[in-house]
Design a protein around this ligand. Sequence first.
Ligand code: HEC
Ligand code: HEC
Ligand code: HEC
Ligand code: HEC
Length: 125
Amino acid sequence: MNRTLTMLLAAALILAFAQGALSQQDMKTLAPAAFGKLTRPAAQFNHDQHNEKAQLTDCVVCHHGGADGKQDKTASTEGTPCADCHKLKTVGKGTSLTNAYHKQCIGCHQAKGKGPIACGQCHKR
Ligand code: HEC
Ligand code: HEC
Ligand code: HEC
Ligand code: HEC
């Protein structure tokens, strides 16, 4: 491959990456519209800083897919709100929206022995 083409490709890649990161780079807390009015202060979650510190490079760890009522850990769905699949009130054995966040966030913090697990550490006033 010639030099100019390589540089053009690199520039395109950087641009694509910067655009992809634009929407979540300003995220500091989580307050999904699906909840309506929150009963607790919005959970602390500085998306990019959190994932850098926790060394989470694989998006699918949190942004999994799902079909036919089954979780799909191979299909990445970053950009799709959890609330698109997890509802406030669930019928049957599905994971509700609050449980989805709690299980994923607290579950990993417990497994790694790092990160907040007490209510007030995430729902900070
Ligand atoms: C520790 C879990 C976690 C990891 C890892 C993670 N994300 Fe997210 N991300 C979230 C959560 C939670 C939200 C908010 C989802 C919602 O609104 O329901 C979110 C939202 C987003 C959004 C939407 C922004 C918005 O304003 O709604 C994008 C885009 C995104 N993430 C991209 C990525 C990419 C790309 C990666 C991998 C480099 C990644 N995420 C890794 C948890 C994570
Ligand atoms: C494309 C649909 C889809 C999206 C988007 C999605 N999920 Fe899921 N998720 C599922 C399905 C389907 C299951 C399996 C059935 C169930 O438990 O509801 C599941 C299961 C889970 C479980 C229970 C399984 C376990 O590991 O304990 C948690 C926790 C979870 N999701 C959290 C989240 C979070 C947090 C987000 C957003 C960052 C998210 N999900 C985004 C479809 C989705
Ligand atoms: C796959 C693992 C994993 C998941 C999922 C995860 N975390 Fe963490 N989190 C960590 C680790 C590891 C740390 C400690 C980072 C360090 O300081 O070394 C951490 C630290 C934090 C901190 C402390 C401040 C900071 O930004 O470092 C907050 C707040 C936090 N997590 C909130 C959340 C929330 C809210 C969610 C769910 C949306 C979540 N985490 C999901 C692994 C995870
Ligand atoms: C690791 C971070 C974390 C911890 C620890 C945590 N939560 Fe949450 N919680 C969240 C996230 C993320 C959401 C969804 C977004 C939001 O509400 O800010 C949520 C949502 C909620 C909601 C539904 C939204 C609302 O405000 O009405 C309630 C209620 C709640 N949490 C209560 C608790 C209680 C009680 C505890 C302690 C037993 C706790 N949480 C511990 C992260 C956490």
